[in-house]
Design a protein around this ligand. Structure first.
Ligand code: ZN
Length: 162
């Protein structure tokens, strides 16, 4: 099993042609102005669900919105996972222990030549959160009553399985 760091995973998504297409389509959908303040300067395309937490939804058009740089920085998920100059910018639920755990979890694992991205999902039929890596018959996931619990479980599983 090969582990790909979250930083490398994000870099590879951001440099892909599909990502450039995604940005273009989000601009087409939203128009070339900030969704919050209407500014037309320094526009950026933001992932509503942070790229670092939801890499599988990185290229979904409905997961993108256009914001100006100022408004983008004010969002509570801005820069999740990037190195922080100002730690107070970290999303409250990601501070401390949970933030450390999420940062340590690989965003991508490679098993039998298959690349599987990290996913965090609520499973309504079980009323539980599922965190981990799942593709076809490969299932490396853990459940929890809250997403914090699910992240805890998969973190422990991976940490002690090496
Ligand atoms: Zn704005």
């Amino acid at each position: 099993m090969k582990l790909i760091s979250s930083g490398d995973r994000i870099k590879s998504i951001r440099s892909s042609r599909q990502y450039k297409d995604w940005r273009k389509k989000v601009f087409e959908k939203n128009g070339k102005k900030c969704l919050f303040c209407g500014s037309k300067e320094k526009l950026e395309v933001d992932h509503i669900k942070p790229l670092a937490l939801y890499p599988n939804e990185a290229l979904e058009i409905k997961n993108g919105r256009v914001l100006c740089k100022k408004c983008h920085k004010k969002t509570d998920t801005w820069g999740v996972f990037s190195s922080y100059k100002d730690k107070s910018n970290i999303h409250p639920v990601l501070r401390g222990d949970l933030f450390f755990k999420l940062q340590s979890l690989p965003q991508m694992i490679e098993i039998k030549d298959k690349e599987i991205g990290f996913s965090l999902k609520y499973v309504p039929s079980l009323k539980k959160w599922r965190a981990g890596y799942k593709f076809a018959n490969i299932n490396l996931t853990k459940y929890g009553d809250t997403f914090e619990d699910a992240i805890d479980e998969i973190f422990i599983r991976l940490k002690y399985s090496k």
